[in-house]
Design a protein around this ligand. Sequence first.
Ligand SMILES: NC(=O)c1ccc[n+]([C@@H]2O[C@H](COP(=O)([O-])OP(=O)(O)OC[C@H]3O[C@@H](n4cnc5c(N)ncnc54)[C@H](O)[C@@H]3O)[C@@H](O)[C@H]2O)c1
Length: 436
Amino acid sequence: MNKINILKKKIRNKQAKIGVIGLGYVGLPLVIEFLKKNFNVFGFDNDIIKINKLKKNESYINYINFNSLSKKQVLNFNPTNKFSNIREVDIIIICLPTPLSKNNNPDMTFIKNSLKQIKNYLKDGQLLILESTTYPGTTKDIIFPILIKKNFKIGKNFYVSYSPERQDPGNKKFGLKKTPKLVSGATSNCLELSYILYSMIVDKVVKVNSLEVAELSKLYENIFRSINIGLANEMKIICEKLCIDFYDVIKAASTKPFGFLPFYPGPGLGGHCIPIDPFYLKWIAKKNNVNAKFIELSAKINNSMPIYVLKKIRYALKKYNLSLSHSKILIIGVAYKKNVDDTRESPSLKIMKMLKQNKVSVDYFDPFVPILKKSRNSSLKMKSKILNKNLLLKYDCTVLLTDHDELNYNLIKKYSKIIVDTRGKYKADQIKIFNA
Ligand SMILES: NC(=O)c1ccc[n+]([C@@H]2O[C@H](COP(=O)([O-])OP(=O)(O)OC[C@H]3O[C@@H](n4cnc5c(N)ncnc54)[C@H](O)[C@@H]3O)[C@@H](O)[C@H]2O)c1
């Protein structure tokens, strides 16, 4: 039997060993899906703290856990920081961060460093899949040269694929299994292998005809979101001037069964994807002498929202003859979106930083984030308060930034002196409740 048929057979009878590199928000759920189907999975991460936790079957992300797995399935998981174990696996799936550099250009260092770590352990017959979100051309630009240098014949004795991760953290309806998965391959052999692989764990796998189409489709999906959120934010500001409730407008427009999709305004963009991915396309467009005007405009609007919120807090306090500086403010929600514990790029952090710079005494409550640790973009180190009547009464103003489902909205409304609501949870009355 030739190499490709051997690998196909191994995948179909679950004998193929899977290696997932990067055990974060994308890598860890993928590991769990393969374990559920009784595959043997190596999980690679260079963060030893994460590895040690995972070795004890403890997850470090609150909505991702091993509870649905049997004891035997859990034993099939081998978390490790020893990259020589790449030799042991048949399939390598890269789920590493793709952030921005200081100049807002693609930062490929995580992927490049990882390839350096694993390149000596790559072997004949393996399938390597990139899942990280990135600009079209990455797989060919960054992965191909390493394989060619090692004399692999792509599509003949080594297989390469790109399959974007589309997960929506916290979305209970569309998890990994229920979200159609796009797959592409360097050759038809590569495409076929990744199609068979993902069909083992995802209900619907969709083949696309090139690596670049798969790479760009992911960017397009996220840019579609960021641009529409930018439009919603602009609409919110216009509606305020016109004294029209924008949430009523969204509700009305949403009754149209075609040609309209509702997007909601907020305090700004957060998370690892929506604020970052548009810049990947902007960068590759610029390299090809095209200015991505839509992307720039929506980023400008979305990035200005934290300042808009700050102005609204100042305005609301002024109505009560209070000045922003030396006021006491309680922030509700530091996660970048509801029902998750992820604070990466969260607009809450930007708003809290600005409040502190204005000498405001700031505390926060977030049931998903008991401790706020220092991160790449924030030096805030704080502990969540416990939400109750006495807590709310202590502050001049409560600012709702993340609309977690489990929040007690009646309690917040009853005992807050002033509410600045960035999520449209309350009807603004311009007396106690202000939208922002
Ligand atoms: N988070 C999401 O909702 C989401 C959704 C779709 C796509 N994506 C994309 O998926 C990719 C991964 O994102 P994420 O949110 O899972 O990131 P993450 O930061 O949660 O996880 C990345 C993991 O990689 C590890 N790591 C860093 N360098 C390493 C190395 N050299 N070797 C091994 N491990 C290393 C880190 O310790 C971390 O555990 C990104 O490209 C992102 O844009 C993310």
